[in-house]
Design a protein around this ligand. Structure first.
Ligand code: ADP
Ligand code: MG
Length: 253
């Protein structure tokens, strides 16, 4: 599907979230989120715990069903009740705080299983793409290693390679380095930095302010289920306009 506007205007955003609401019972966690991510753009979402950041990401690939609003990814409306959600999900790579690798599969097994079962690729092709992906995240020498022999940072890089092997149009990251020992964070952020430089569209929830400052095209500050402010990273992090943003940054910087 082309993201181009048939009338010749600006291309449609890779991710377009409009009026998004999500309630769990009486608790409205997302209270009208509007957010667009252009193709090739990197947007970092920051905000306090409980502000709805994970729920926002999970609504993008319908791991949570929104209670209102629309989400479009690569031109397809995720929130359309008739949407082929499995097909849409194949185009969305997601990396979580917990890596969730299959413990009984090697690194190569982990990056090939969905290619084979979901995309129907043959073993040779899946392994070729899997090896390329593991090399891309700096793990060419770990293809045969089982997860329990890999550090947390290496496991997270396998998880990134696994998502990339599916050829996603966009990548969602939910605090991908929060579970890592500090000395392992840099390698994972380095892989994400390379991906950004290669033009991947990325929506990243993170507490890594230096990463956001250096890599994000835009930073979005969320609090209480709304976007409080957004703008270029240097402005939102360096010179926030809202008191709530300042208060949050003073706690994390
Ligand atoms: P963040 O990622 O910013 O920390 P979350 O999106 O995880 O925030 O959570 C936002 C709010 O939604 C929290 O109050 C959380 O308890 C609540 N919440 C998240 N998931 C569920 C769920 N499945 N059922 C009920 N409440 C939930
Ligand atoms: Mg979260």
């Amino acid at each position: 599907m082309s993201a181009a506007d048939p009338e010749g205007g600006a291309p449609a955003p890779a991710i377009e979230i409009a009026g998004l609401r999500k309630a769990f019972g009486d608790h409205e966690v997302l209270r009208g989120i509007d957010l667009a991510v252009a193709a090739g753009e990197v947007v970092c979402v920051i905000g306090p715990s409980g502000s709805g950041k994970s729920t926002l990401l999970r609504c993008v690939n319908l791991l949570e069903e929104p209670t209102g609003g629309t989400v479009r990814v690569a031109g397809a409306e995720v929130t359309d009740p008739d949407a082929d959600i499995d097909a849409i999900r194949r185009g969305i790579g997601m990396v979580f705080q917990s890596f969730n690798l299959f413990p009984h599969l090697t690194a190569l097994g982990n990056v090939t299983v969905a290619q084979r079962k979901v995309l129907g690729r043959g073993r040779a092709e899946a392994e070729r793409i899997g090896r390329e992906g593991l090399a891309r995240v700096g793990l060419a020498d770990k293809v045969d290693a089982y997860p329990d022999r890999l550090s947390g940072g290496q496991q997270q890089r396998v998880a990134i390679a696994r998502a990339l092997a599916m050829g996603p149009a966009v990548m969602l990251f939910d605090e991908p380095t929060s579970a890592l020992d500090p000395e392992l964070v840099g390698d994972v952020l380095g892989v994400m930095r390379d991906l950004a430089a290669e033009g991947m569209t990325m929506l990243v929830v993170t507490h890594e302010m230096s990463f956001a400052r250096e890599v994000a095209d835009r930073v979005v500050f969320m609090d209480g289920g709304v976007v409080v402010e957004e703008g270029p990273a240097a402005r939102v992090i360096g010179a926030p306009e809202h008191e709530r943003t300042r208060a949050f940054l003073s706690r994390v910087l």
